[in-house]
Design a protein around this ligand. Structure first.
Ligand code: ADP
Ligand code: ZN
Length: 298
């Protein structure tokens, strides 16, 4: 059986056709412009491919409440042409198949839980550190939504005493995204993050903030694994610093087998950057099962 997968991002849309084994058979990438310009191209790719369902991992905020009139919409996004846009409705109408829908980071979390390093676990988190910071959460075998969906990138942060940067988030200033996203690094230090590789103080501060947030997630969610993806994590030396800070910040308060082996507990994604598209594929598979009345996880 074939399924469609869409990783809907603010800069590009990645579309793929895959199967139940998590094999991607075909994929394309299209720049994200306006719905009128972009959506027909996406539908054209999926049409006539014989897909049984489509799954979408989407930038947000989005409406995931199945009893809401705007379920399946992109809602209050700052990407204005996409504000209040019924992305699921469009595909349901054009393709006439079930459409599964979740946040991009919950999608990546599901990809890792199904085919990657979180397989067999029932609680884990996936964090992307890129243009923004987002957190996908699997808790007790389910992707967490709550009243809307978690926005773990926007938790408020204490600013370290040696950091004078005012923060990049237009809503909160110095939330995690405001302090530690790629654009925040660039604004604070005056050069794109990838050009700062040889400046240890940049990455010490970055690791400090990420570890601070991770420690909060650990205390609140008790994940069995933490996966860190996104462009900023291409600075692979960050990992060691983050693990060390997390250990210090937990301060010996928690004693678990996971925390004794931080190299296996806080990890990079395991699916060659396909975690998002594979998660979208699984969202489609799960939606088909759901409509047939036999839901799997999520
Ligand atoms: P997006 O979040 O837009 O989906 P990415 O996850 O690739 O895309 O994140 C883009 C951000 O990551 C940019 O702010 C960029 O500065 C940063 N980035 C990309 N590559 C690197 C790198 N090698 N080192 C540090 N930062 C990087
Ligand atoms: Zn914020």
């Amino acid at each position: 059986m074939l399924f469609g997968a869409l990783e809907a991002g603010g800069t590009k849309m990645v579309c793929a056709i895959g199967n139940e084994q998590g094999e991607i058979l075909e994929r394309i990438s299209i720049p994200t412009q306006t719905p009128d310009g972009t959506m027909p191209k996406l539908a054209e790719f999926f049409l006539d491919k014989g897909i049984a369902a489509l799954g979408i991992g989407c930038f947000g905020p989005i409406d995931l409440n199945r009893s809401s009139k705007t379920y399946g919409y992109i809602t209050t996004t700052p990407k204005l042409p996409w504000k209040n846009y019924d992305i699921c409705g469009y595909f349901r109408e054009q393709l006439n198949v079930p459409v599964g829908f979740d946040t991009d980071v919950n999608g990546s979390m599901l990809g890792e839980a199904t085919w990657g390093c979180a397989r067999g676990l029932d609680s884990a988190i996936y964090i992307t550190v890129g243009t923004g910071i987002g957190v996908g959460i699997m808790a007790d075998g389910k992707l967490l939504h709550g009243m809307l969906h978690p926005e773990g990138g926007h938790i408020l942060m204490p600013v370290r005493s040696d950091d004078t940067y005012k923060g990049k988030c237009p809503y909160h200033g110095t939330c995690l995204e405001g302090l530690a996203s790629g654009p925040a690094i660039e604004a604070r230090w005056g050069a794109p993050a990838k050009e700062l590789a040889d400046r240890p103080q940049v990455w010490d501060l970055e690791a400090y903030y990420l570890a601070h947030a991770l420690t909060s997630y650990i205390m609140i969610l008790s994940p069995q694994k933490i996966i860190l993806g996104g462009g900023v994590m291409h600075q692979t030396h960050l990992m060691g610093r983050i693990r060390q800070y997390v250990k210090d910040m937990i301060g010996g308060y928690l004693v678990t087998k996971e925390l004794e082996d931080l190299d296996s507990y806080i990890v990079l994604p395991s699916l060659n950057d396909d975690q998002g598209i594979l998660g979208a594929l699984k969202l489609g598979m799960d939606e088909l099962d759901r409509e047939k009345g036999t839901p799997r996880i999520s």
